[in-house]
Design a protein. Structure first.
Lengths: 225, 269
């Protein structure tokens, strides 16, 4: 495919897309874990907050979230502090994508927590581990194996959702394809090239996830053999 | 849609020129008309999507590589690329081809219109996801039911018509509901190709009023209401099509002791 010298722009965009996806993944995982713990908490206001979070965020379009955070935050800051602060497209994108990812991840973590055998926690308590130690050394490593397939799918969704941030001007793959097609008047060529990059990324991450899943499940597989 | 304007007039009279209430009342009709367009986009592409998905899924479950390779590639492309790329490819991309632009009516009235581009893209997109659901469901129809169908002498075609597809439909219904909600969220992308759907109308209103937070939040509430509407509709559909799952045992306590079945006692509701 002849990209008329715009190939390097698409590559630069790919790097931005990857950065956005990974930074959002980190915050999203954190939100998801907190959400799942809140939903399983014995303190009912926390449960209520957790439910509200997942119900609202799973019903709102991601594009709305991106625009609301990008344009709304500035307005909110102006209203409360009286100063106009423009937040960067990258920061707004990370915030929107990790909030959306976190809402779905909450459900994945919650299901994984439910699958965790109760005896594991009881055994940890019987050994005298503190709640934090129980969580960190006993629950989290097992949670990883149970939650990985679900989280992997969510990451592939997140990767595709990063394209939305191009709407607020972040120079990711989509934005670069848009710019290049404006110069060359070859929109089909460039959007197809962008699609090709997304497909390649998807294939690479699917392989990686398959490997991670195998690795996470190795103890389990050996035990069940 | 006159009632929307009547409502708006009434609300504006109530606001009596007080900002921001006056602006809210004044621009509400635009949001609601946007919501109507969103609803049309989602329902239409949901229906076209499931119609396209059925042949795709049937081809995908075939053992003939000539048959399954096309749906395989189709599903892979549409599930592996962002919806935004797909909608841009159709709306902006197709104009690159001179041969398409000289198609006359088909180009002028359909392929260059953002409304039809959105419908086409959303239908193709959701069809890929639904086909994958269908495939899973067709493959998980219990083997015994197909054997029973063969045993009573149904032909291959009859097996699909009477047993496999109705069962598969019942199985995918909840997942199809989720898919429609995802499509509702995805339909906001119609605003990127100049359509005034709920998202587009909201952005339009905001460009005039500069009330970002208020109108985005208002749009959010409307999106949630539409999602709730779809969830309600699908619950009704599920009750209708999956009624067999709700079958309960007779309360055995009321039966004659002679016919009470020991093992049903625990499950009686």
């Amino acid at each position: 495919m002849d990209l008329h010298g715009f190939g390097h722009l698409l590559l630069a965009g790919t790097w931005v897309t990857l950065k956005l996806a990974f930074v959002s993944l980190v915050f999203g995982l954190l939100l998801g874990l907190l959400g799942a713990l809140a939903k399983r908490s014995s303190f009912f206001p926390l449960r209520w907050v957790g439910n509200l979070y997942t119900t609202l965020m799973r019903g709102l379009p991601e594009l709305l979230l991106v625009l609301l955070i990008y344009f709304g935050t500035s307005q909110l800051l102006e209203l409360t502090f009286g100063v106009y602060v423009e937040i960067s497209a990258f920061a707004a994108g990370v915030a929107a994508l990790s909030i959306a990812f976190g809402a779905y991840a909450t459900e994945v973590f919650r299901a994984a927590l439910q699958e965790l055998p109760k005896g594991q926690v009881e055994a940890a308590q019987a050994l005298g581990l503190s709640p934090w130690q129980t969580f960190w050394h006993v629950m989290l490593p097992q949670l990883w194996r149970l939650a990985l397939p679900g989280l992997g799918n969510l990451f592939l969704v997140l990767l595709k959702d990063t394209a939305l941030v191009s709407v607020i001007g972040l120079e990711d793959i989509m934005r670069q394809a848009y710019v290049a097609s404006g110069y060359t008047k070859l929109p089909f060529t460039f959007y197809l090239a962008a699609a090709g990059i997304y497909l390649t990324l998807t294939i690479v991450f699917m392989q990686l996830l398959g490997w991670l899943e195998k690795r996470a499940g190795r103890g389990h597989l050996e035990a069940s053999r | 849609m006159d009632w929307i304007y009547a409502l708006s007039d009434w609300l504006q009279a109530l606001a009596a020129g007080n900002e921001p209430w006056n602006s809210y009342a004044r621009y509400l009709p635009q949001l609601l008309e946007g919501a109507w367009l969103t609803l049309k986009l989602v329902v239409l592409s949901g229906i076209v999507g499931i119609l396209l998905a059925l042949p795709l899924a049937l081809m995908r479950t075939s053992k003939n590589p000539w048959l399954w390779s096309f749906p395989y590639a189709y599903i892979f492309f549409f599930r592996g690329t962002p919806l935004l790329v797909q909608i841009y490819l159709v709306y902006y991309g197709l104009s690159q081809f001179e041969s398409l632009r000289s198609l006359g009516w088909l180009w002028d009235e359909v392929l260059s219109q953002p409304y039809w581009c959105a419908i086409i893209t959303f239908s193709l997109h959701t069809a890929a996801y639904i086909a994958e659901l269908f495939r899973g469901a067709i493959q998980s129809v219990p083997r015994g039911e197909i054997e029973a169908a063969m045993a009573v002498g149904l032909s291959r075609r009859q097996q699909y018509q009477k047993i496999i597809l109705p069962r598969a439909f019942g199985m995918i219904l909840p997942a199809y509901g989720n898919e429609v909600i995802l499509m509702l969220k995805g339909s906001a992308l119609a605003s990127t190709i100049t359509l005034l759907d709920l998202m587009g109308a909201t952005r339009n209103v905001i460009s005039r009023t500069y009330m970002n937070l208020e109108f985005f939040l208002m749009a959010g509430v409307i999106y949630l209401l539409i999602a709730a509407l779809f969830i309600g509709c699908f619950r009704l559909l599920e009750n209708y099509f999956n009624a067999h799952q709700k079958a309960t045992h007779l309360p055995t306590g009321k039966l004659d002791v002679q016919v009470q079945d020991e093992h049903l006692k625990d499950t009686a509701r």
